[in-house]
Design a protein around this ligand. Structure first.
Ligand code: C2O
Length: 551
């Protein structure tokens, strides 16, 4: 592989959407940010220079960061943030991955505007396990606020209430024609008839899972979270925040007298308020021969709109997730751990913190919203966990007593317990190098059931099981899939259900795991794994770079 160099200048830029102009934090003035393109095996060096007043850090979502944990990016987990006027070079090698991922700011809610695609092409002497597409098109979903999202989360955390929702969803930064004052800000994909396009879909939205569909066109899924899957047809797709999916789009063989909308709108299972609007882009056929005089009048073309599933279509979600399977062939075998060294059972869900004295709170029953894993709402430390770990002084930074199981047995998806209060702490799980882990993630109903897309840094995991209701450790494992489980970095824990995942802790460092719904992260639905060094020199975390930011 070669080394690819990028410079990311974090700078303010005036951007207008929905007739609101505001100054937003961007990379190089671009919104969405620039693409990172590399081949499997390449080294990538990105110099991030902070020219804004906010502290910043960037995460390369889904990149495994083998031994290079210092480049992972979550603020106060693997690094202190890059302060105003400072810079930091993220340096990592891409191994064993190819496909679509994305990068985003990993501090506060700055990822609302600071994000962009990562495209990993197969190595030079290698090819796709599907016919080479005519063109490749990144399609990145996001959210737009007319106000500053930083104010939205600040206010929500102060009052304890749920945050205000965004004003629109976006496709490649553009809300599209279904919003007021937005028709000119529409993503247009011009295609030729009878060709195959590879769409690289990324859900970078903050707080919503999204359905996606193109009117009158069939899509074939070939890849998820930068791992190939057994190809399957699905006209509607579902992506949780943090998930990426590659699909093949075959265009119609004749030039059709029509324009087709592609549309995305949320899949919502929770109780709170949400943005129930739809973003749309346009798929338009180019004339077969641009030099031929055309009498086609675009205005007269028929406009087709796709039909998306109902808002809370949980069975679609479950079926779609179940269809994703690894290739599991000789060229791309699945490395799912067959034996398990450590079993974990984590509940994920919402809860509350008591309202501080002399304050009125607007969360459930006058409390403050919180969220937890095993009832621990994670408090961010003030120095980076990885630094504390590496220098052996975790004292006062974190403790290694993260519980293996939730505190008390209760019917997770039945009647909520009387006490909805969470515990708080900076607790981690410490794992010896090469521990094979099975983790069951169980949704709780403490404040209503809701789907939670859990994202694990530093690893891909295998989805070996999934179900509704309470996980049954005596019965459910008998139906686990160890043959062709999908390999990914983000999985939606179903509303009122559970997933079982396995991973091998072969990457030393400190690895964040959290819900990728940003408001749930802010409320504490996050924790970290500390993976110790192995015995061999190539099983140890590399030393920190000299420009690693200080807190
Ligand atoms: Cu894309 Cu820790 O997140």
């Amino acid at each position: 592989g070669i080394t690819r160099h990028y410079t990311f200048n974090i700078q303010l830029q005036n951007v207008t959407r929905l007739c609101h102009t505001k100054s937003i934090v961007t990379v190089n003035g671009q919104f969405p940010g620039p693409r990172i393109v590399a081949r499997e095996g390449d080294r990538v060096e990105i110099k991030v220079v902070n020219h804004v007043a906010n502290n910043i850090s960037i995460h390369w979502h889904g990149i495994r960061q083998l031994r290079s944990g210092w480049a992972d990016g979550p603020a106060y987990v693997t690094q202190c943030p890059i302060q105003t006027g400072q810079s930091y070079v993220y340096n990592f090698t891409i191994k064993g991955q190819r496909g679509t991922l994305f990068w985003h700011a990993h501090i506060s809610w700055l990822r609302s505007t600071v994000y962009g695609p990562i495209i990993i092409l197969p190595s030079l002497n290698s090819s796709y396990p599907f016919p080479k597409p005519y063109r490749e098109v990144p399609i990145i979903f996001g959210e737009w606020w007319n106000v500053d999202p930083e104010d939205v989360i600040k206010q929500a955390l102060q009052t304890g209430a749920g945050p205000n929702v965004s004003d629109s969803y976006t496709i490649n930064g553009l809300p599209g024609p279904l919003y007021n004052c937005s028709a000119k800000d529409t993503f247009r994909l011009q295609v030729k008839p009878g060709k195959t396009y590879l769409l690289r879909l990324i859900n970078a939205a903050l707080n919503d899972e999204l359905f996606f569909r193109i009117a009158h066109h069939k899509l074939k899924v070939v890849e998820a979270d930068a791992s190939y899957v057994k190809p399957f047809k699905s006209n509607t797709l579902l992506l949780t925040p943090g998930q990426t999916t590659n699909v093949l789009l075959k265009t119609k063989s004749h030039y059709p007298n029509a324009t087709f909308l592609m549309m995305a709108r949320p899949y919502v299972t929770g109780l709170g308020t949400f943005d129930n609007s739809s973003t749309a882009g346009i798929l338009e056929y180019q004339l077969p021969n641009s030099s031929s005089s055309s009498h086609v009048n675009i205005q007269k073309l028929r406009l087709f709109k796709p039909k998306l599933p109902p808002l809370n279509d949980t069975s679609f979600a479950a079926n779609f997730t179940r269809k994703l399977r690894s290739l599991a062939n000789r060229r791309f075998p699945v490395n799912v751990p067959r034996t398990v060294d450590r079993y974990f059972f984590f509940t994920v869900g919402l809860g509350a913190n008591p309202c501080p004295k002399n304050q009125t709170c607007q969360g459930p029953n006058g409390t403050k919203f919180a969220a937890s894993v095993n009832n621990v709402s994670f408090i961010m430390p003030t120095i980076a966990l990885l630094q504390a770990h590496y220098y052996g002084n975790s004292n006062g930074v974190y403790t290694t007593d993260f519980p293996n199981n939730p505190p008390m047995p209760f019917n997770y998806t039945g009647t909520p317990p009387n006490n909805t209060f969470v515990g708080n702490g900076t607790k981690v799980v410490a794992l010896p190098f090469n521990t094979s882990v099975q983790l069951v993630l169980q949704d709780t109903s403490i404040l209503g059931v809701e789907s939670h897309p859990l994202h694990l840094h530093g690893f891909n995991f295998f989805l070996v099981g999934m179900g509704f209701g309470n996980y049954n450790p005596d019965k459910d494992p008998s139906s686990f899939n160890l043959v062709d489980p999908v390999e990914r970095n983000t999985i939606g824990v179903p509303s009122g259900g559970w997933v079982a995942i396995r991973f091998l802790a072969d990457n030393p460092g400190v690895w964040f795991m959290h819900c990728h719904i940003e408001v749930h992260v802010s409320w504490g639905l996050r924790m970290a794994w500390v993976v110790m060094d192995g015995k061999l020199p190539n099983q140890t975390l590399l030393p920190p770079p000299s420009d690693l930011p200080k807190c």
